[in-house]
Design a protein around this ligand. Structure first.
Ligand code: FES
Length: 382
């Protein structure tokens, strides 16, 4: 798969906020200025995300947010929706303003159009060339629209023979993010973009567009709103349970898994590690019951001992000796902590980020991986 070799390791740089635009009462779009000297680092493919890092209440806080705009030189736009009790999202909605500086990780992530990438064999070329007749289907819930909007813009702009069918689910009209942007896109591509707004708490004229996006709703849309057999690629972005349900239903409808791309919200995921556990102090076992973890990062080799009794992740152990080991969600969702196993064996608890071919090639999520033997060597630079 072309993306596999082309996921460079992400790095943090300070970027200045150039604009903050309200999207709804509970969401903002934040534009970050990318200086010329960092243009290369912040090249991205529609559908990728960035991690933000700042200090709040005396603690380092990291969150990842999808990029909502199609690739534009000199800036990156993300959307931040308030989470119930969310420390970073509420702080950002209340306080972020032009001129503020945030640590922003260079873009990463594999939630991109493989169909367009494979056809072009160059991910950076999306938005520049045509790939022939292509039919896309996207399901977004809430802020899951963010990467899907970026992908929609890119595939429609890049290919005059691309068609996108978008189902966007929200509780109420006031929760719909990017409502004007979606309407503008629809005006620009009236015959190539179909948008179905589903509202779970408001009655709409069409019963198809009223109610929750669930198995019954999906089945009622299959074959009426869209025909699965002609879809080249599917995009799903929303909470864990919804994405799992849609994947199961599409599989039952005969859709091949290799046509389905999905991304989970980084909040609400079932396996997120408590932030306080990341890099927590663990003391090597003086009696010798340790695992030797070796890792390559930025061309340098690091080593750390991890007591067998702690059953800690490779990421956690590595962070004790190198603060710049990459991570964002710590929950197996974002893929930022990806590394390749050079020697030794690991057990990976969860994986919502790596493609099967990446796993087959030896890549693991270090935030979810525990060494199985006495020694393991991983490479973050691969
Ligand atoms: S840090 Fe997100 S998957 Fe490991």
């Amino acid at each position: 798969m072309p993306l596999l070799a082309q996921r460079p390791r992400a790095r943090f740089h300070p970027l200045t906020v150039s604009q903050v635009r309200p999207l709804t009462d509970a969401a903002i779009e934040v534009t970050l200025a990318v200086p010329d000297e960092l243009a290369e680092d912040y090249n991205y493919v529609s559908g990728q995300y960035v991690a933000l890092r700042t200090e709040l209440e005396g603690k380092e806080v990291r969150r990842s947010y999808s990029i909502c705009a199609a690739p534009t030189s000199g800036e990156i736009k993300i959307a931040i929706k308030r989470d119930l009790g969310g420390l970073f999202s509420n702080w950002a909605n209340d306080n972020l303003k032009p001129g503020d500086v945030l640590d922003v990780m260079s873009p990463t992530g594999a939630f991109v159009s493989q169909h367009a990438v494979t056809s072009l064999n160059d991910p950076q070329a999306i938005g520049e060339e045509s790939v022939g007749l292509s039919r896309y289907m996207a399901f977004a819930a809430g802020s899951g629209i963010t990467p899907i909007l970026s992908i929609t813009r890119a595939v429609l702009a890049s290919n005059p023979q691309a068609y996108m069918n978008l189902v966007y689910s929200n509780r109420a009209a006031m929760d719909v993010m990017f409502v004007e942007d979606i309407a503008d896109l629809k005006d620009r591509y009236p015959s190539r973009l179909a948008v179905h707004h589903l509202l779970s708490r408001e009655q709409r004229l069409s019963p198809t567009h009223t109610g929750r996006l669930d198995a019954e709703k999906l089945r009622s849309m299959l074959g009426t709103v869209f025909r699965p057999e002609v879809v080249d690629e599917w995009f799903l972005c929303g909470p864990f349970e919804l994405v799992q349900l849609l994947r199961d239903e599409l599989s039952a409808a005969g859709v091949s898994a290799d046509k389905v791309r999905y991304e989970l919200f980084t909040t609400g995921k079932p396996t997120a590690a408590p932030e306080g556990n990341i890099g927590r102090p663990v003391v090597a076992d003086a009696a010798g019951g340790n695992i030797e973890i070796t890792f390559n990062l930025d061309g340098l080799e690091g080593q750390v001992l991890s007591p067998k009794s702690a059953r800690e992740s490779i990421l956690n152990a590595a962070l004790r000796v190198r603060q710049d080991v990459p991570f964002a969600c710590a929950g197996g969702v974002c893929g930022t902590c990806r590394a390749k196993v050079i020697s030794g064996e690991v057990a990976m608890d969860e994986n919502y980020a790596l493609e099967p071919d990446e796993v087959a090639a030896g890549y693991v999520l270090t935030c979810q991986s525990h060494p199985k033997g006495d020694a393991v060597h991983v490479d973050f630079d691969s």
